[in-house]
Design a protein around this ligand. Structure first.
Ligand code: COA
Ligand code: HC5
Length: 650
């Protein structure tokens, strides 16, 4: 499977002919919730009409950074990545771009106008460019996976019982969404935008011929009351509320899931869901063929409208204990291949919970509507819920059976399914995934040494990459922009002049510990500085994207700055990384964004760190296990320097 430049390279390839709308981003109704406890300030559980809107209106608007500042910081970010000669050329392009009366100034004014007439000048563009216009399969290339700690069951009965509790847990969380009683989250003392919580349930991506869309049914009247369950490649509509709107109890859900399993067991079915793993243009065409049939159209609509999808998986490949976590990550990311569980999914669905037969559980989510943290907060809540025993007595009344969603498959659609299987199997073969639990320490050690744990990990990633390849690389780390209304993310560029100096010196013969320590502290502090700048809306990447989009909006030629080879290099992220913390000890994962790169997701706990490193087997230069080992070594070596070197108290 070709990556074709990858996620965010689509950012580099924005077509300038399209006149994109700068219209207001629709404001969803409702309020917000919390992830790490320390960030959460609970609000009272009584419903206050309009609380969400009041909260949202109080949030600041995303600023447009000053042009001069972005130009300077862009050149600084290129220094560790490109040759001196190339940089000289780029410097000239930047000068020309930002000069008084130049195109940069015009575009900047355009962006400022857009900022004053929209809820958020960036978010709608971002969702289009990063997700809906991005045509690679969502599987591996866009949708992340999440692996829960292995649950304590190993048979069908246990699988059903756990799945029933899980559904009840999601409904419990949904009640907080519906009542606007989720606590508002805070980051660095500032309240965060809670909009994403209202986008994850009852929504679904829909393929288009050139561009996809997302439909959200949460606000439709009446709102959806069912989930979809997929088992043995067959889909079922399961109503999860009783007649008076009370969520079904776990016991009731158990009965319903048993009914589904016995019906699904009887028949064999074509894995129609595997169509959602196709390249988006191909799926867009196959989708039109599929829904030409009225019954199919209704079945697809039921999936799209459902609150979420529950995948009751069949067997997964048997692997050694050593490989089991990496194998679970793969099950969450793509299902393991067409002969395993890849057809037991609807990957366009925003939220899919996956419950395996052997206690392997997790989720996969379609990224367009939300970032990881709100999904993780929901999952943390669900896990906590499943650990509690239910006190509610189960009503006696019998429930109507779940409705099977039937499909009538034309020869063309059967061929589409066969094609999807072939492509998915190639992609599954190509994905190289290594889950590594770093057991030696977690956030505790960097904190003891008064260093930011996240910046410490990112500096270790730089050292690991340099040790393997003898150079620095463009590195992406997600930074939250949720301090701003409807904020999504910007990029923390982890490769800096300070990190380059540190990694080059670390193994150089003759360099002593005090110098290593000094360079390490400078690198870690430079990263923390960039992080602060990014979360306060002053990073460079989304601003540059905005300027480029504004040129398209005004139907101007692409400014030379964006056709410069240095710009492409800056966007070719050999390391695509993200920190996603959770209360539950889970592993999150995603694929690389370029053919010759790595995807690294990490979850730093207090005394250990869960890493998932991905790469592609077709690239001879990369190895997920190799890099994971190098990261482990880098973290240990950095700790040794910290422990063995006296530091000043200042
Ligand atoms: N000395 C001692 N402790 C320190 C420290 C220092 N110099 N600097 C930070 N710490 C502490 C913090 O107080 C915090 O404590 P806690 O564990 O009690 O919460 C902890 O170390 C973590 O801080 P740090 O490692 O610096 O990272 P962060 O929590 O500020 O996270 C980002 C940094 C970039 C990950 C965060 O700002 C962000 O944007 N997160 C969202 C990313 C995202 O959306 N990812 C998914 C995309 S889909
Ligand atoms: C369940 C964890 C999901 C993490 C997903 C994530 O970090 O996505 C990034 C989103 C962004 O806008 O930065 C994209 N990335 C996977 C390419 C880093």
């Amino acid at each position: 499977m070709k990556v074709n430049g990858g996620w965010l390279a689509s950012v580099a390839n924005v077509e300038l002919s399209a006149n994109r709308s700068g219209s207001k981003v629709a404001m969803a109704k409702s309020c917000g919730f919390g992830r790490p406890r320390h960030l959460v300030k609970p609000v009272s559980a009584t419903r206050v009409a309009g609380r969400y809107l009041t909260h949202q209106r109080g949030l600041p608007a995303l600023p447009v950074p000053p042009l001069q500042q972005t130009c300077e910081r862009y050149l600084a970010a290129l220094e560790p990545l490109v040759e001196a000669e190339e940089l000289t050329q780029t410097r000239e392009l930047v000068q020309d771009f930002q000069k008084s009366g130049g195109v940069g100034e015009r575009l900047q004014k355009g962006l400022e106008r857009r900022a004053s007439s929209t809820e958020n000048w960036l978010s709608q563009w971002w969702v289009q460019v990063a997700y809906l216009d991005y045509r690679m399969p969502v599987v591996v290339h866009s949708s992340p996976g999440l692996v829960l700690p292995r649950m304590n069951f190993s048979d069908k009965q246990g699988q059903i019982r756990f799945a029933a509790k899980l559904i009840a847990g999601v409904l419990d969380f949904k009640t907080m969404i519906d009542n606007e009683t989720l606590p508002v989250e805070f980051l660095g003392g500032k309240p965060l935008c809670m909009n994403q919580y209202y986008e994850v349930l009852s929504s679904c991506r829909v393929p288009g011929l050139k561009r996809d869309s997302v439909v959200n049914h949460a606000k439709s009247s009446p709102p959806p009351r069912h989930i979809t369950v997929v088992h043995n490649f067959q889909f079922f509509e399961l109503n999860v509320y009783d007649g008076d709107g009370t969520p079904l109890s776990s016991d009731q859900l158990c009965v319903q899931l048993e009914r589904i399993c016995s019906v699904a067991q009887e028949a064999a079915a074509e894995p129609v869901g595997i169509l959602t793993t196709l390249h988006r243009d191909v799926w867009g065409r196959a989708y039109l063929r599929l829904i030409k049939d009225e019954m199919n159209r209704q079945s697809v609509a039921a999936i799209q409208r459902s609150i979420f999808t529950l995948c009751l998986d069949g067997a997964a490949p048997r692997v050694s204990r050593d490989e089991s976590r990496s194998c679970a990550a793969v099950q969450m990311l793509h299902g393991g291949g067409s002969r395993w569980n890849s057809g037991n999914r609807w990957f366009d669905k925003t939220l899919q919970f996956i419950v395996g037969e052997d206690g392997t559980c997790g989720a996969n989510y379609e990224h367009a509507p939300a970032e990881g943290p709100p999904i993780v907060a929901l999952i943390d809540h669900v896990v906590e819920y499943t650990r509690k025993s239910e006190t509610r007595p189960s009503p006696e009344s019998s429930l109507p059976p779940p409705r099977k969603l039937n499909f009538s498959l034309s020869p063309e659609t059967k061929e589409d399914i066969a094609e999807a299987k072939r492509h998915l199997d190639r992609l599954a073969q190509d994905l190289d995934m290594k889950v590594q639990v770093f057991q030696h320490f977690g956030k505790n050690v960097p904190k003891t040494f008064r260093l930011s744990p996240d910046a410490f990990v990112q500096t270790a990633l730089q050292l690991a990459f340099y040790r393997k390849y003898g150079r620095c690389c463009a590195t992406y780390e997600s930074a939250s922009l949720r301090m701003y209304r409807l904020g999504r993310t910007d990029t923390i560029r982890s490769a800096s002049n300070a990190s380059a100096a540190f990694v080059a010196a670390f193994d150089r013969p003759g360099v002593q510990n005090p110098e290593k320590l000094d360079l390490m502290e400078k690198a870690v502090k430079a990263h923390r500085w960039y992080t602060n700048m990014a979360v306060s809306g002053q990073a460079i990447d989304r601003h540059l994207l905005g300027l480029k989009m504004q040129a398209a909006e005004e139907q101007l030629p692409v400014p030379a700055l964006f056709t410069d080879p240095a710009y492409s290099k800056a966007l070719h992220y050999h390391l695509s990384t993200s920190q996603v913390p959770s209360k539950t000890d889970c592993v999150m994962c995603f694929g690389p964004v370029v053919l010759d790169g790595y995807g690294i997701c990490y979850n730093p706990m207090e005394d250990h760190i869960n890493f998932a490193v991905s790469a592609f087997n077709t690239c001879a230069e990369t190895s997920a296990a190799g890099l994971a080992q190098a990261v482990e070594d880098a973290l240990l070596d950095m700790r040794t320097v910290l422990e063995q070197t006296p530091r000043s108290k200042l």
